[in-house]
Design a protein around this ligand. Structure first.
Ligand code: PEP
Ligand code: MG
Length: 324
């Protein structure tokens, strides 16, 4: 099987009926580039830029960031590379930027920090745009968006960064822009947000935590954390429908996309792409190739009638066993 998976890794992922569902890589390290390419990644669906920030002892400057982002864009060109702007706060701290809060997951994190510190944000956006000078495969993703005004604020700064660079003589293509749907508010705003950007990307790690009120890192309540909870499935359907009503693609980049059972449901919803950690790419490509859209839709319809995650998982696991 391992051999089969490797042999299939290079081919693009598509359902049995030929509907392409690209599988991209989640990453945060340059060391991931080679293994991603070898595993058949069809681009980078989520590059967590806070990771390189976390392993330094000060904010990297614009030049340093340009060099970093350029390497990633160049390695995957012409495949898309989605650079997510800084997502610190929550459980991700920078040693040189301490944030002390009672409820960090409900506090100052992600886009909230970037909007409050335009100097940090503009430096990062300028670096991303400069890195894309010779590579037209940049996509920029904003984390933790919970209101339309945050997206507007981020776009204003992005446009300012781009105009500055154009004035300085750089020729910069306009990147594709995406919003992460990882806060329940964004589920209800999915269509509105999608109308203003090029794509949505669902961060199920946070979304499930916030929907179920279960800390994603707390072992004591880990048994309550389940992406197959009926509320999570319903939220995913609602996001996908909202994005598609706006005519925009939607991807899942949280761990749910690396769970073969959950992927069947996502295929049934018409998800447009998935982004997973490098080690999960071959297995998720296999799942996509093993199901037709019709079959995935039928399984999703059956799961909608189930009342708890255990029943859903057992039904989907049976389907996976049947698929081979
Ligand atoms: C998510 O929340 O699902 C996600 C992909 O982002 P992170 O895990 O970095 O919070
Ligand atoms: Mg997140």
């Amino acid at each position: 099987l391992a051999e089969d998976l490797r042999a299939l890794a290079k081919d693009p992922a598509a359902t049995r009926d030929g509907h392409p569902v690209p599988v991209l890589a989640n990453s945060g390290l340059l060391a991931d580039i080679k293994p991603s390419l070898e595993s058949g990644a069809e681009g980078v669906g989520l590059y967590r830029t806070e990771v390189p920030f976390m392993i330094r002892d000060r904010f990297p400057g614009e030049e340093e960031q340009v060099r970093l982002y350029e390497q990633i864009l160049a390695s995957f060109d012409p495949m898309p590379v989605t650079l997510r702007t800084l997502d610190i706060g929550g459980d991700k701290a920078l040693p040189y930027f301490p944030v002390q809060e009672d409820n960090p997951f409900l506090g100052w994190r992600g886009i909230r920090i970037s909007l409050d510190h335009p100097e940090i944000f503009l430096t990062q956006l300028r670096a991303m745009l400069r890195a894309s000078r010779e590579h037209d495969n940049l996509q920029i993703l904003f984390p933790m968006i919970s209101a339309l005004d945050e997206l507007k604020g981020a776009m204003t700064l992005l446009n300012r960064a781009r105009e500055e660079l154009l004035d300085e003589g750089y020729r910069i293509p306009m990147p594709k822009i995406g919003v992460m749907v990882e806060v329940p508010a964004a589920v209800y705003l999915a269509e509105t947000l999608a109308r203003r950007v090029d794509f949505l990307s669902v961060g199920t790690n946070d979304l499930v935590q916030y929907l179920l009120a279960v800390d994603r890192n707390n072992a004591r309540v880990a048994n309550l954390y389940d992406t197959l909870h009926p509320a999570c499935i319903h939220a995913l359907e609602s996001i996908t429908e909202g994005a598609h009503r706006a005519g925009k693609p939607v991807s899942v980049c949280g761990e749910m996309a690396a769970d073969p059972a959950a992927v069947i449901l996502l295929l049934g919803m018409g998800i447009d792409s998935l982004s997973v950690s490098v080690s999960a790419i071959p297995r998720i490509k296999w799942v996509i190739r093993s199901f037709s859209t019709d079959r995935a839709e039928a399984l999703l319809a059956q799961c909608r009638l189930l009342e708890n995650p255990e029943q859903t998982r057992s039904l989907l696991n049976n389907a996976l066993v049947q698929a081979g």
